[in-house]
Write a protein of this length. Structure first.
Length: 308
């Protein structure tokens, strides 16, 4: 299987940057942003090479949902198998591209069911030089939250990059099933600024400075960054949130409740710890065990958590 990609090669030598979107088929801002980058990046003004993949998971996109017909989450299937199911084959092809790159940016959103505060993240790589490069790339992307997390999570595009010692970051920007023009703009700007940081584009193209110093949280505790296991729904039903995205909550505060189809048997889901609501389930129907909220514990200084 080959992924549909677009390559731009500059007039001077330089690094090879891979930028992907559409790892999940219902995340549209990354797809639109990468399509714009195809027209904006000019070879005569660039050093090195950029490979752009607007829709990694084409079968899922055609279905209009997060996953392809085999139901596997591509972001949990890497490095995949060449002779596997459709998602495993896509993961295999994506992993080949990642290993061939010098740097990697993976763009996401919350899809149709979640909304995520604009953020950029990376794994806390064990090699100091790779971690330093990731931190610099994340700052160059200019989003308000930077989150470094557990380096031992597997199955992801970033875990393939980790194993190949390729500096890699991912970004999240809202979601909810639309295609937010502000998210597209932020992603186009962020990618261009990372390219300028890597000396692939003139420094003048890196014109945007953050309105405020970003919130930087690095948390190496096991499972940090695994968004799908936080505050699970007790059963399939109708979810009604009691908090808003970006709100600070205290331990035990009600995040929302799940009830049956006629509004009976409500069960409240409470915050396991303090933090800001980084991710919120905004689709009313919720599956049993699905995460309804992720809290960013930015005030924690212990157990591996560091904020600065």
């Amino acid at each position: 299987m080959e992924l549909t990609s677009h390559q731009i090669t500059g007039v001077k030598p330089g690094p090879h940057l891979l930028i992907t979107g559409g790892v999940h088929g219902d995340e549209f801002e990354p797809m639109a942003a990468i399509r714009q980058l195809m027209d904006l990046v000019r070879p005569d003004a660039m050093c090195g090479r950029v490979t752009l993949v607007p829709v990694v998971n084409e079968p899922a996109f055609r279905l209009g949902r997060r996953t392809a017909e085999d139901g596997l989450d591509l972001a949990r299937t890497c490095p995949g198998r060449q002779d596997g199911s459709v998602t495993e084959q896509i993961a295999h092809a994506l992993s080949i591209l990642i290993r061939a790159a010098d740097y990697y940016i993976d763009l996401h959103t919350g899809g149709t069911r979640l909304r995520v505060l604009p953020m950029v993240g990376y794994m806390l790589h064990p090699h100091a030089d790779v971690l330093k490069a990731q931190r610099q790339m994340a700052r160059a992307f200019v989003l308000p939250i930077i989150w470094g997390t557990d380096p031992n999570l597997n199955g992801r595009s970033l875990s393939v990059a980790r194993d190949a010692n390729v500096p890699a970051i991912y970004a999240e920007y809202h979601g909810g099933g639309g295609c937010d023009p502000q998210g597209i703009k932020a992603y186009v700007r962020g990618c261009l600024q990372v390219m300028a940081h890597l000396a692939m584009l003139p420094a003048a193209d890196r014109a945007t400075t953050p309105a405020a110093e970003p919130l930087v949280v690095e948390d190496d505790r096991p499972g940090s960054g695994h968004m799908q296991v936080n505050h699970p729904a007790p059963y399939e039903g109708f979810f009604e949130p009691a908090v808003t995205l970006g709100q600070y909550v205290e331990p035990g505060q009600v995040l929302g409740s799940v009830s049956d189809l006629v509004g009976k048997n409500p069960i409240a889901i409470c915050a396991a710890h303090a933090g800001i609501v980084l991710v919120l389930h905004t689709f009313a129907r919720v599956d049993s065990g699905a995460s309804v909220a992720v809290l960013l514990d930015y005030r924690s200084q212990g157990s591996g958590g560091r904020s600065h």
